[in-house]
Design a protein around this ligand. Structure first.
Ligand SMILES: NC(=O)c1ccc[n+]([C@@H]2O[C@H](COP(=O)([O-])OP(=O)(O)OC[C@H]3O[C@@H](n4cnc5c(N)ncnc54)[C@H](O)[C@@H]3O)[C@@H](O)[C@H]2O)c1
Length: 266
């Protein structure tokens, strides 16, 4: 441990993960934040997975509190801020990792229900959490917000509701960065490309009726850098940098973590 988040309190929304053989982006980030000295409020609606994340943090000597919450419920979002403040006394970092894509389709085929569900989880919910936590950060005149978007926001993508939600999240990041700059609060976005997480592999393979190894190989081939997908640790290390004081002069950035996938569009 090098203590890059020493003395910081971090809220990680989506700290559980879809079951699978690899590690998810939110769990890896929660583990890395704790390893670097942060006290972590770990939030997820999946209690079993959330408790696994917290147990992993405890086993490695870190500090984590679990909070089971549905991010689409405004009263649960209020509970996130309240619980973090009750448990740790302040909030320095808010990491919005939660994102879904199930049920998505092309613009003419996606159902209204799927559209609303995806916008609600991927865009409305992080906005709601921010509105609960930013007043506290403003009082302390410090804070770092990290939103996990996707390169789908800026690249051609066949799943329209997901793409639009993530493009909206990028725009929200810009708005948050500008509205809160004079309060010393930074807001940045990570745009992952193909990352080898359970949601992307186990989830998509069963949806597409594909073998997992074939899906992995197909995704690997589409990444310019070494023809290999990233791992959740690549996303977690970008989040660690943006959460830390090393990024003190960085706000409003949209950072691709994608092995060069988005560089194709210039
Ligand atoms: N894996 C990739 O290739 C990839 C690529 C681009 C972007 N992303 C983004 O990275 C993020 C995490 O992806 P992942 O693959 O690690 O997913 P994951 O499924 O492993 O993690 C997401 C977590 O969010 C939780 N969650 C979902 N809905 C919730 C709700 N309403 N309330 C509370 N918790 C809820 C789930 O229980 C899960 O633990 C997402 O925002 C995703 O869009 C992933």
């Amino acid at each position: 441990m090098t203590g890059r988040l020493h003395d910081k309190v971090a809220v990680v929304c989506g700290a559980g993960q879809t079951p699978g053989t690899t590690i998810g982006n939110g769990r890896a980030t929660a583990l890395l934040f704790a390893r670097e000295g942060a006290e972590v409020l770990a939030v997820d609606r999946d209690e079993k997975s959330l408790l696994e994340t917290c147990a992993l943090i405890s086993e490695s000597g870190g500090t984590a509190r679990p909070l089971v919450a549905d991010i689409t419920d405004p009263s649960d979002c209020a509970a996130i801020a309240r619980t973090a403040l009750d448990a740790f006394g302040r909030i320095d970092v808010l990491h919005n990792n939660i994102g879904i894509g199930a049920g998505d389709a092309g613009a003419l085929d996606v159902t209204e229900d799927a559209w609303d569900r995806i916008q609600s989880v991927n865009l409305r919910a992080p906005w709601t959490v921010c509105r609960q936590i930013i007043p506290h950060m403003r009082e302390r005149r410090t804070g770092a917000i990290i939103n996990v978007s996707s390169i789908a926001a800026v690249c051609s993508a066949p799943l329209v509701a997901y793409k639009v939600s993530k493009a909206g999240l990028n725009a929200l990041t810009h708005a948050l960065a500008m509205e809160n700059a004079s309060f010393g609060i930074r807001a940045n976005t990570i745009m992952p490309g193909f990352i080898d997480t359970p949601m992307a592999i186990e989830g998509m393979a069963s949806k597409l009726g594909m073998n997992q190894d074939e899906l992995r190989a197909a995704r690997d081939r589409m990444v310019p850098l070494n023809q290999r997908q990233g791992t959740a640790w690549d996303v977690a290390h970008a989040a660690l940098f943006l959460a830390s004081d090393e990024a003190a002069f960085i706000t409003g950035a949209l950072l691709p973590v994608d092995g060069g996938q988005s560089a194709r569009i210039g």
